[in-house]
Design a protein around this ligand. Sequence first.
Ligand code: URA
Ligand code: SF4
Length: 205
Amino acid sequence: MAKDGNNGAAEFLPDRLDLDALRAAAAGCQGCGLYRNATRTVFGEGPGQARFMLVGEEPGDQEDRQGHPFVGPAGRVLDRGLVEAGIERDDVYLTNAVKHFSFTLRGKRRIHQKPTAAEITACRPWLDAEMAVVRPEVIVVLGATAARALLGREFRVTHHRGEPVPLGEALAVATVHPSSVLRAPDRDEAYAGFLADLKAAAQVA
Ligand code: URA
Ligand code: SF4
């Protein structure tokens, strides 16, 4: 069978499960169609022993160009929140539910497109492998896409944000996506809510 298309990431997983092997293997993933137009796989980053795993949606334009998660505008909101919540960078493994940037072209601009349910499912083996290797105590779920991937379709971030919920051997705490803070009519209020959820997550570990 051609290793191209929509069979999911599972067939690209390496035999050895450690972060270096996973990252190297994910660089060649063709488990869904998103690899075709994106520049590169943006894999998770952080120490293998991190107590916190933060899961976003997918890399954005900057992340796709630079090859690292959360290095664009949403990443700056996240970084500020982590500092103010007292969560140390050394304690954080940062990743996304989907590892390739999904976009549509508007002229020369690449406009972020939400990953589909099929793409989220296709990419799930990478996230599962990252969770199995890092074994975080707390998983911070950033926004609806990550919540859908990890907590199921019925989970509503708006109803349950900031509440620890069991997820495997970890506890998950969901919050809004940091890019929604940037889009909010009242940014200060949105940021305050985001920070309160990160502080709740910090208390769990
Ligand atoms: N938004 C995400 O969900 N992830 C990133 O890495 C960047 C922006
Ligand atoms: Fe593979 Fe995920 Fe990229 Fe799809 S988005 S090609 S499943 S790494």
